[in-house]
Ligand binder design. Structure first.
Ligand code: NAD
Length: 479
C-alpha cells in the first residue's frame, strides 16, 4: 500500500492522524494507496508557506523562473515511464495513452510556459504629443490551482506552469480520485531545487479541502478545471471576496459530419473523438450529427469500428478502452445509458459493463452508440463524460447549426466538410470556444483554450494564462 503525502513548505508531510482517503485502481477495483484528506490546518500551513515564499519568488528574474521550469520539464521527461505507469494505474487509462499523451504533455506544459514568460511583454500606448502609457504586469500573490481526474498530471501542470512562470506562488489541489502523479511531481520538484513554499500540493476532498482553499482570504486567484456544478460553487465563494477566477468546466460537444467530408479521415478521427480516454475528455464529441445522405453508411461503418475496440487491462498494449475512473463515475455513466433507453433511444453498440478476464472486478464499459433520441432530451443535453455517444441525423446546415447551439454548454465543436465557405460560416456561428475543422484535439499551446456558456469563464493557454495570473497596472506619463 502506497502512502501519498502532502507537499507543504518544501517538505513531504503525512496526513493528520486518521485523515486519509482510499485511492483505487479502477482496473482492479482495489485500494492500492491512501491520500491525505487535508483539513483547514493543512490549508492554513500551505497558504502561509506560499505567502512566505512570495516576496522572493516574485522578485526572481524571468530567466531564473525559466530555468526552474525547464528543469522540472526535463525531470518529467526523464521519469516518463514511471509517471505513465502511475497515471495508468491511478486513472484506468491505457498505458500507451499516458506514455504518448499525458506525460509528454505535462513536460511540454512546463517547457511551454518556461519559454512563454521570456516572450511576455508589456504593452505601451502612445498619445501623440501628449503622453505615453505603459502597462506593468505584476504577479498576484499566492494562487490556487484545482484540477480534475481525467487528465491528472496534464491538467495539473497546465495550471501550475503559467502561475509559477508569472511569479506567483501556488497551492495546488489535484483530484482526490487520481492523486498519484501529483505526488510524484512533488518529489520531482524537491529534486529540482525549487525554493520551499513556491509550490505546495495539498490533497483531499473537493467539498472540504478544495472549498477551504478556494475561499481562503489570502488566495488571490483560482484556476479551476472540473464540473460546471463545482465551478459555480467556486464562483459564488470567490466573487464576494473579489478574487480572480478562471473556470474550465463541462461540455456536450457537437461533432458535425457533412457528406462532402474526407470520409476515412473523419471515421478514424470520430472514433478517437468519441472514445479516447474512455470518453472522459472534456473535448470529446459526444453528440454526432450526420448529414442524412450518409447517415446509414456512417452508422454501419462506425458501429463496425467501435466493436473492434478492445476493452480491457489498461497495461495491455492492445487495449483501446481502459477502465472508468471510479465506481461512482461508472454508476453515473450506466445510469445515463438506462436514461437513454427510457427516453426512447436504441443502443446500436455496447451499452453494457464488461468484465475482462483478469480484471473482473474493475469498472469497464463497452463503447456505446445510441440513436433515435431528440436533440433536447436529457441524454443529449447533459454531460455523460464516458464512452457513450449519440447519433442524430440532419438535413440542412441551418438545422444542424440550431441543434448544435441548442446546448447549455459551449466548450468545443468539430466540423467535417470539404466546403471551405461552409466551414468558415459554421465556425463563426457555432457557440463554442474551440472549433476544429477536419481534425480533433490538435492543440497549439499558444491558442486561447476554454469554453463559453456553462463551459467556462476565461481562457487558458499562451499569453491568456499569463494575463490571468498577472495584474495589469497602467502608468501614464505626460510628455
Ligand atoms: P469536479 O468538479 O468534481 O472536481 C474537480 C476538482 O475540484 C477536484 O480536484 C475536486 O476535488 C475539486 N472540488 C470539488 N468540489 C469542490 C468545491 N466545492 N470547491 C473547490 N474544489 C472542489 O470534476 P471531476 O469530476 O474531477 O472532473 C470531471 C469534470 O471536469 C467534467 O465535467 C469535465 O467536463 C470537466 N473538465 C473540463 C475541462 C475543460 O478544460 N473545460 C477539462 C477536463 C475536465
Amino acid at each position: 500500500m502506497e502512502t501519498i503525502q502532502n507537499y507543504i513548505g518544501g517538505v513531504l508531510k503525512n496526513a493528520r492522524a486518521g485523515a486519509v482517503l482510499d485511492v483505487f485502481n479502477p482496473a482492479t477495483g482495489e485500494v492500492y494507496a491512501t491520500v491525505p484528506d487535508s483539513k483547514k490546518e493543512d490549508i492554513e500551513e500551505a497558504v502561509s508557506a506560499a505567502k512566505k515564499a512570495y516576496p522572493s519568488w516574485s522578485a526572481t528574474t524571468v530567466e531564473e523562473r525559466h530555468d526552474y521550469l525547464m528543469k522540472i520539464s526535463r525531470a518529467i521527461e526523464d521519469e516518463l515511464e514511471e509517471l505513465a505507469l502511475a497515471e495508468s494505474i491511478d486513472n484506468g487509462k491505457p498505458l500507451w495513452l499516458a506514455k504518448m499523451v499525458d506525460i509528454p504533455r505535462a513536460a511540454s506544459n512546463m517547457r511551454f510556459f518556461a519559454t512563454a514568460i521570456m516572450q511576455f511583454a508589456s504593452e505601451a500606448h502612445e498619445m501623440n504629443e501628449q503622453a505615453i502609457n505603459y502597462t506593468l504586469r505584476r504577479p498576484l500573490g499566492p494562487v490556487a490551482c484545482i484540477s480534475p481526474w481525467n487528465l491528472p498530471l496534464y491538467l495539473f501542470t497546465w495550471k501550475i506552469a503559467p502561475a509559477l512562470a508569472a511569479g506567483n506562488t501556488v497551492v495546488a489541489k489535484p483530484s482526490e480520485v487520481t492523486p498519484m502523479t501529483a505526488y510524484l511531481l512533488s518529489k520531482i520538484v524537491i529534486k529540482s531545487g525549487l525554493p520551499a513554499g513556491v509550490l505546495n500540493i495539498v490533497h483531499g476532498q473537493g467539498t472540504d479541502t478544495g472549498r477551504v482553499l478556494s475561499a481562503h482570504k489570502d488566495i488571490k486567484a483560482i484556476s479551476f478545471t472540473g464540473s460546471t456544478k463545482v465551478g459555480a460553487d467556486i464562483a459564488m465563494k470567490a466573487a464576494p471576496l473579489f478574487k480572480k477566477y478562471s473556470l474550465e468546466m463541462g461540455g456536450k460537444n457537437p461533432n458535425i459530419i457533412f457528406a462532402d467530408c474526407d470520409y476515412d479521415k473523419m471515421l478514424q478521427t470520430t472514433l478517437r473523438s468519441s472514445f479516447s480516454n474512455q470518453g472522459q475528455i472534456c473535448l470529446c464529441g459526444s453528440k454526432i450529427f450526420v448529414e442524412n445522405i450518409i447517415y446509414e453508411k456512417f452508422k454501419r461503418d462506425f458501429i463496425k469500428k467501435t466493436k473492434e475496440l478492445k476493452v480491457g487491462n489498461p497495461l495491455d498494449a492492445a487495449t483501446k478502452i481502459g477502465a472508468i475512473v471510479s465506481k461512482d463515475h461508472f454508476d453515473k455513466i450506466m445510469s445515463y445509458i438506462d436514461l437513454a433507453k427510457e427516453e426512447g433511444g436504441e443502443v446500436l453498440s455496447g451499452g453494457n459493463s464488461v468484465r475482462p478476464t483478469g480484471n473482473e472486478n474493475g469498472w469497464f464499459i463497452d463503447p456505446t452508440i445510441i440513436e433515435g433520441l431528440a436533440n433536447n432530451c436529457r441524454t443529449n443535453r447533459e454531460e455523460i463524460f464516458g464512452p457513450v455517444v449519440t447519433l442524430i441525423p440532419f438535413e440542412t446546415e441551418g438545422e444542424v447549426l440550431n441543434m448544435a447551439n441548442n446546448n447549455e454548454y459551449g466548450l468545443a465543436a468539430t466540423i467535417w466538410t470539404e466546403n471551405l465557405s461552409r466551414a468558415h460560416r459554421l465556425s463563426n456561428k457555432i457557440e463554442a470556444g474551440i472549433i476544429w475543422v477536419n481534425t480533433w484535439l490538435l492543440r497549439d499551446l499558444r491558442t486561447p483554450f476554454g469554453g463559453m456558456k456553462n463551459s467556462g469563464v476565461g481562457r487558458e493557454g499562451g499569453f491568456e494564462a499569463l494575463r490571468f495570473f498577472t495584474e495589469p497596472k497602467n502608468v501614464c506619463i505626460a510628455y
